[in-house]
Design a protein. Structure first.
Lengths: 283, 407
């Protein structure tokens, strides 16, 4: 049971961190609360179904295509939906809600609202003594870990990543240093939405797709990002792990919806003690 | 100035001409009323959006197919006049607020006198509206909660076995299907109905020789990842798993999680989702040793009407679509009772409902019952179809469990 739970913790955490990192990029760079993030996560899953299960594209190619297509969409969304409204909180929220509704409607019309599943990257089960886990779950963990490693390297070492950090710290200062804020913001958006889409694709392969899956993930992402604190990208790794652990462990040790309530109560207590989150800076 | 007066005069004359033509054409000798079929609006509250939409979208489609079938057979005949059924669907939005809004629209905007659906756990929202306005509702899934059906809901009836009747039948079937299973894990959604169902379910489990290990395992309705639940079940010393309630996505995901974790024990998914639809979610590799109280489409053991309905559903919606037979059954029952009452007055139809002993259903003869359980004899008990797949994953007809009348 311990091994199985540990696997669940790691897989859930990896997916939460992947999705939350994307959200955090956009929030930190542009100051935008991207309410459409859950919708993009959902679209990632459904696009994977369309490409892989319906069109029969090789699953690995499908996964890559999902990330690339939705990263491209991220550039368009940044240019036409976010950039004109930067600084206007109300309009940004409306834009996010509108994008989500439009996306959901398009998906429902094209693919219906029936629960769907995506052809997995790998089939089969790995068994060691009494412990058994699907190969897909282990692969998801590996892919998630590799992606997170690449993102960590990118943010801390790559030129664009450092420019993103500069913008997040002080946008005017970054401009004065010659950083093209618009270009970097577009890259951040592309990266953010691409990550969310890949997370949606991987979860669609592991579990199943539903038109409300994005709503649930958006709540998890908000919790992870808020707990980590404004401007803290590295903190998301910690808080994602915390939330993944709560979501994997509480259903085992408690019963029913009590587990959800306990997890949320813990989040509120943490915020009461540390209002800026674990690693947040003053805004 | 002169030109302006001429233009004004011209426009006035045209307007007067149009009005005159309209007046003339609306007068004249009256023509006799057409004697063809008239339309009977029947409301249908279905959650087209929200967490229950994966169930209700299909249910709405099935009900429309049933309505089309009835219309092909001549519709509903009352007092020698034929009526073509027109289903009016309003979205219940998978919430009590949504169902309230839907009921209001049906009753006040559309003026319906009869409705089918929603399931009784949503009908807590629609019952006050339909009953206050004497709109007869045939609801489709009872869960034994207080107030879902009682003396305060005189215009509400149940047109399907529901959670209670089906659960009893399913537990009996599980005993037949897996005679060696004694210790079971019992699982269901955390919907608050266990305390009302347990007085009936617990004795039934005991009668059939099942011992529940530990407490029932509950899960949130919106859960997708069942791996923690499977982990919990795997730690128990059991011979099988029995679940009541839930929807196909729950069963498919739980089955997948169980099999991936190495648990191959029999799993009784006590819900009406077809095994094909559960298989579409669990995947073929995980689809073993599972039963549900589902229809096995096309089996010669089914009543002819059920096979006809499922044939049409599959033709329209595809072979993997879940088939529920809930609101479609309610509509079929409503049609018969309206004709038996020979009236479109809900109060007259209600009175007829209360004097009838039985009615034909999609599953065979249904018997009205529930006077002691609900205080009014507005429930129904009909045979329950069962479906099963063994270790080879081949779905087969499990037969019908005879109706268990509620006291």
């Amino acid at each position: 049971m311990a091994l199985a739970t540990l696997t669940n913790v790691l897989v859930l955490s990896a997916m939460y961190i992947l999705a939350a990192l994307g959200f955090a990029f956009i929030f930190s760079m542009l100051g935008i609360l991207n309410i459409a993030h859950g919708g993009i996560y959902m679209v990632g899953g459904y696009l994977a179904f369309f490409l892989i299960t319906k069109l029969g594209i090789y699953p690995w190619a499908g996964l890559l295509l999902v990330g690339v297509i939705l990263a491209g969409l991220g550039v368009l969304i940044e240019r036409f939906c976010f950039r004109p409204f930067v600084g206007d909180f109300n309009k940004i929220i409306m834009v996010g809600v509108s994008i989500t509704v439009i996306i959901k409607t398009i998906v429902n019309i094209m693919l219906g609202t029936k629960t769907l599943t995506v052809t997995p990257l790998i089939k089969g089960v790995i068994g060691i003594d009494s412990f058994s886990v699907s190969s897909e779950r282990i692969l998801t963990l590996i892919i998630g870990g590799i992606l997170l490693g690449i993102i960590a390297w990118f943010v801390n070492r790559a030129r664009w990543g450092k420019q993103m950090q500069a913008i997040a710290q002080n946008i005017d200062g970054a401009r004065l240093q010659g950083i093209n804020v618009n270009s970097i913001s577009a890259i951040a958006c592309a990266l953010g939405l691409g990550l969310a889409a890949i997370a949606g694709c991987l979860m669609g392969m592991l579990l199943s797709l539903s038109s409300s899956m994005g709503d649930l993930m958006l709540i998890k992402v908000l919790i992870v990002v808020i707990l980590a604190g404004v401007g803290s990208v590295s903190g998301i790794f910690i808080t994602g792990l915390v939330l993944g652990a709560m979501d994997a462990v509480f259903p085992v040790i408690t019963n029913g919806i009590v587990g959800n309530a306990i997890a949320v109560a813990i989040v509120i207590i943490i915020l009461l003690i540390k209002p800026r989150g674990f690693f947040g800076r003053e805004v | 100035m002169e030109r302006k007066r001429l233009v004004t005069l011209f426009i006035s004359l045209m307007l007067a001409l149009v009005l005159a033509v309209m007046a003339l054409t609306s007068c004249g000798p009256s023509t006799p009323e057409p004697t063809g079929p008239q339309t009977l609006l029947i409301g249908n509250i279905e959650s087209i959006t929200g967490w229950f939409s994966s169930h209700d979208i299909e249910d709405a489609s099935e009900t429309q197919i049933m309505a089309d079938y009835i219309n092909e057979q001549g519709g509903i005949t009352v007092g020698g006049q034929q009526y073509t059924i027109k289903m009016v669907v309003e979205d219940g939005q998978s919430s009590l607020d949504g169902v309230t809004a839907a009921a209001n629209k049906l009753v006040f905007d559309h003026g319906v006198k009869f409705t089918v659906a929603p399931p009784i756990f949503f009908a807590a929202a629609s019952n006050p509206i339909t009953n206050a306005n004497k709109v007869l509702a045939v609801l489709n899934y009872n869960v034994n909660t207080p107030g879902e059906l009682d003396a305060n809901t005189p215009y509400s009836f149940i047109g399907y076995n529901g959670g209670l009747g089906q659960s009893i039948a399913f537990i009996k079937f599980m005993r037949q299907a897996w005679p060696d299973a004694k210790k079971i894990a019992f699982i269901m959604p955390d919907d608050g109905t266990w305390k009302f169902l347990s007085p009936v379910i617990n004795p039934t489990l005991a009668e059939e020789g099942f011992t529940m290990v530990g407490d029932p395992i509950f899960y949130p309705n919106d859960i997708v990842d069942f791996t923690p639940i499977a982990t919990k079940i795997n730690a128990m010393d059991i011979d099988g798993i029995i679940q009541i309630h839930g929807i196909g996505v729950h069963a498919g995901n739980l089955l997948k999680a169980l099999r991936e974790a190495g648990n191959n024990k029999p799993y009784g998914a006590g819900m009406c989702d077809s095994l094909n639809s559960i298989k579409a979610i669990s995947g073929e590799a995980a689809f073993t040793n599972i039963a549900s109280w589902a229809i096995t489409p096309g089996d010669p053991g089914n009543p002819p009407l059920l096979n006809e309905l499922t044939k049409r559903i599959i033709a329209k919606n595809g072979p993997d679509v879940p088939i529920f037979g809930l609101s479609a059954n309610c509509l079929y029952i409503l049609k018969q009772v309206i004709e038996a009452a020979n009236s479109l007055d809900p109060t007259v139809v209600k009175a007829k409902f209360e004097t009838m002993d039985s009615v034909d259903t999609l599953y065979g003869t249904g018997y009205f019952c529930g006077e002691d359980t609900y205080g009014i004899r507005h429930a129904i008990a009909h045979p329950s179809p069962m479906s099963i797949a063994r270790a080879d994953g081949v779905i087969s007809f499990g037969g019908f469990i005879p109706a268990t009348l509620l006291p």
